[in-house]
Write a protein that binds this ligand. Sequence first.
Ligand SMILES: Cc1cc2nc3c(=O)[nH]c(=O)nc-3n(C[C@H](O)[C@H](O)[C@H](O)COP(=O)(O)OP(=O)(O)OC[C@H]3O[C@@H](n4cnc5c(N)ncnc54)[C@H](O)[C@@H]3O)c2cc1C
Length: 458
Amino acid sequence: MERVKVAVVGGGITGLAAAYELHQQGVHFRLFETSDRLGGLILTEKHNGFTIDAGPDSLLVQKPSAIELCQELGLGERLQPTLTPRTAYILKQGVLHALPETSVLGIPTRLTPLFTSELLSPFGRLRFALDLILPPRHMASLEDESIADFFTRRFGKESVAYLAEPLLATIHAGDVNRLSMRALFPRLLETEQSHGSLIRGLNRRGAASMADGMFRSLPGGLGEMTEALASALPAECLSRSTRVISIDEDDPFVIRTTGDITVASAVILAIPASSAAVLLETRHPKLAKRCLEIPHNSTATVALTYPRSAIKHALLGSGFVVPRVETGLSIIAATWVSSKWPGRAPAEKVLIRAFIGGARDPDILSRIPNDEDLAHLAHRNLARILKIECYPQFSRVYRWKNRSPQYEVGHLERLASIDHELQHTPGLFITGTSFRGIGIPDCIAEGRATARSASEGL
Ligand SMILES: Cc1cc2nc3c(=O)[nH]c(=O)nc-3n(C[C@H](O)[C@H](O)[C@H](O)COP(=O)(O)OP(=O)(O)OC[C@H]3O[C@@H](n4cnc5c(N)ncnc54)[C@H](O)[C@@H]3O)c2cc1C
């Protein structure tokens, strides 16, 4: 039986960031990870000159914690911006329309690009521009609202169908009518309160003008970051292929794993909410129940490679999203990886990642259990939109079952009640993407902050 100060459960980016912070502070820890691989959703594979990110591929610059961590790990010089042009497209009636230039989270910050784009109808554009004169929502009625309600109120219904739904809900594999503005886009709400108009407010903040674009990655894919992070930790403190089965007693905590028993003064759970619920249900049934109230959707990433000459579309941009109102397609979005990042494919070859599932088709992964069938479906959809004249030369499917948390309306209240319950168990901490980490930067910031709280309480 080993005794440590802090046990970290989960070796995704949140758990790794927590362990890194503990190590920086000189706190003796052990990290447990079910899989034989660290990184969780962050996984990069190499195949015949292609670099394929199976899950996330981008670090958002505006939230600096991921960039800062890369710099601390000595990867600062290797961070690379997206290639130009950075145009993202939206499918409308079979045609890819460029997202109006100078858009922030789907909101054009100037009227000229909006009015010269055919993405919205003439009426839709006028209704969108009404945002300039609409007053902000009354402070007294500031309860949570869905993304769809917010966009309908500010910009009209058409903006929900062709901007908010495909851009803001699809990236979270979620339902635009259920996802929470307060949990996911608090800055947009602040901008409304401070400026009234979102168009004017985002324009004044200069939010759209980042010379090198809003995202960064690494030449070896984001797996390079988690590998560097794991290498910065003492190897003897990392237990791979070790699932935590139960956590007993509160002082100290007794952690049973598939391998051994460990005793710790504090425990950080950095695992999906459903896995946390399993560990909590015996001793903390209320906490387990709250965890299970956070829904998760399933998606698949389908990576496909083609010869450049077989694709008629110019692929000048980062990729496209498919609005729900565009019927007859199974893919919800696609990234033109070899146009978005340098060095991800050999010369004259193209790497595309298509995304399937989410709230749009929650059962598709179980309905299509065969990877080849799923890849073929993604290819047929892409071939129609991009005019591809041959079958993919290589395909790979990554299934992410129940791995996309849904921060639905009321999410922040659910978190508050989890925090309240946790007060009864000093030394127990819950963090990770299901709770306050919708993307990598938030996971890193939360993982590190949780580690600091855990070490302060020792
Ligand atoms: C397809 C896709 C694309 C995305 N794209 C982006 C993007 O481009 N940029 C971005 O910022 N974010 C993106 N995200 C979100 C981002 O990937 C996540 O927010 C982040 O990686 C979550 O990290 P995590 O450590 O909290 O969870 P996870 O990565 O899920 O890690 C949790 C770990 O806990 C382990 N575990 C579970 N139970 C136990 C147990 N009992 N004992 C031990 N270990 C256990 C699991 O095996 C897993 O490794 C994307 C997500 C998906 C699904």
